[in-house]
Design a protein around this ligand. Structure first.
Ligand SMILES: *Cc1c(COP(=O)(O)O)cnc(C)c1O
Length: 394
């Protein structure tokens, strides 16, 4: 749709936007201008003259529109992991007497680690109850404080029913926290309508904010005044520049800020977001489903290796925007594909993932990727010692 708005190296088939979105021309221009005419020229005055101080709210509102959140409920701040810590702690405080956090055993590890760390630290007898996605219904009960789930599974792209599970959590008196890292930017979301209590997500994947771009959080309006989040830093104070010795949380969602925003990377995210916001999100979703279907069809047509197995749902309506395949030599295959200019990624033990963002991916990408995969499999080009050597980042 907007491939010319991204700086993708010519000839590269980039199917890894679910891990790191590419550099956009607007982000490139914004950061360059910011360096020279804001940081370089304005120095400390940039906080006021370029309104850096309001970036978390400004960028938060843009993301809020993408996820269908109510106005003034979304902030851009910190990493997804840190934001999750803040909102999970707030959720537990809102449900005293309930001791369980329900999640899925295949949830993204950082989500589970954050929950485990918070439980250990609080020592209030909380427990993390992990179940298969299919067993969620039976796991949510009167002892559930919060349901903590990722909307699109990072491994196989399976989509959970956010509206249905949130309603079920509420019927049991529990709160619903959703991680939108693999959803925002590639599909319509209606967090306000679905009555989601808290949400977090990632800025550097489908939102193209750049490596280490800050994440975001959403706190439904009815929870704003009732709790204070645990990282009670000065940016979330009612009057940060009063330099009061005593913490007093800001009204509204602003209390979920902690420290000074990363102006450079938040501005890159801000700039890139306009590309997604300039497109109709239902159109993006239709194009994403068509592209992932095309990839699956093309691979089925040209690849005959019996060890290659589709791990994602075959029905696009049940899938996010990436497609995963199992293969016992998945890691080496992903390396061999990269050598041929087709970039996907690998998740242990045997998953190859190929992400599709209609903003810059085309059906030609799906044909080239399928063809390269067929060649790598047929020639066993993956079977080389250098492809078996695991890098620190996969
Ligand atoms: C990518 C991702 C994260 C990343 O968290 P960071 O704190 O940015 O490292 C968290 N949760 C999910 C579900 C993800 O896919």
């Amino acid at each position: 749709m907007h491939r010319d708005q991204f700086l993708l190296p010519p000839g590269l088939v980039y199917l890894d936007g679910h891990s790191l979105g590419p550099l956009s021309h607007v982000a490139d221009r914004r950061v360059r201008a910011l360096l020279r005419s804001e940081w370089g020229a304005q120095l400390i005055r940039g906080w006021t003259e370029s309104d850096w101080i309001a970036l978390p709210q400004r960028v938060g509102e843009k993301i809020g529109r993408l996820i269908g959140a109510a106005p003034e409920t979304t902030l851009c701040a910190d990493s997804t992991s840190v934001n999750l810590y803040k909102v999970l702690a707030a959720a537990l405080a809102l449900r005293p007497g309930r001791t369980e956090i329900v999640s899925t055993s295949d949830n993204f590890p950082t989500d589970l680690y954050i929950a485990q760390g918070l439980i250990d630290q609080r020592a209030h007898g909380h427990a993390l109850k992990l179940v298969e996605a299919a067993d969620l219904a039976g796991a949510i009960d009167g002892n559930t404080a919060a349901v903590l789930l990722t909307h699109v599974n990072y491994k196989d792209a399976t989509l959970l029913d956010m509206a249905g599970i949130t309603a079920q959590a509420h019927r049991a008196g529990a709160l619903a926290i959703w991680d939108l890292s693999h959803s925002t930017g590639v599909m319509p979301l209606r967090l306000e309508e679905w009555r989601v209590d808290f949400a977090v997500g990632c800025g550097y994947k489908y939102l193209n904010g750049g490596p280490g771009a800050p994440g975001y959080l959403m706190v439904a309006t009815q929870h704003h005044a009732n709790v204070t989040q645990p990282i009670s830093g000065w940016m979330g104070h009612a009057r940060p520049f009063a330099f009061d010795a005593r913490y007093q949380p800001a009204p509204g969602v602003a209390r979920y800020l902690a420290g000074t925003p990363p102006v450079l990377s938040m501005s890159a995210l801000d700039a890139s977001l306009d590309i997604t916001l300039g497109e109709d999100i239902d159109t993006i979703r239709s194009a994403s489903m068509a592209l992932s279907d095309a990839l699956i069809d093309n691979i089925a047509r040209v690849c005959s290796d019996p060890e290659l197995v589709l791990a994602s749902p075959r029905d696009a309506a049940l899938r996010g925007s990436h497609v995963s395949y199992r293969h016992p030599h998945g890691y080496a295959i992903v390396q061999a594909l990269a050598q041929r200019g087709v970039i996907g990624d690998f998740r242990a033990p045997d998953l190859m993932r190929f992400g599709l963002n209609p903003l810059y991916n085309t059906s030609l990408d799906t044909e080239c990727a399928a063809q390269a995969l067929a060649e790598v499999l047929a020639s066993r080009a993956w079977d080389r010692p250098e492809y078996l050597q695991r890098n620190r980042v996969t």
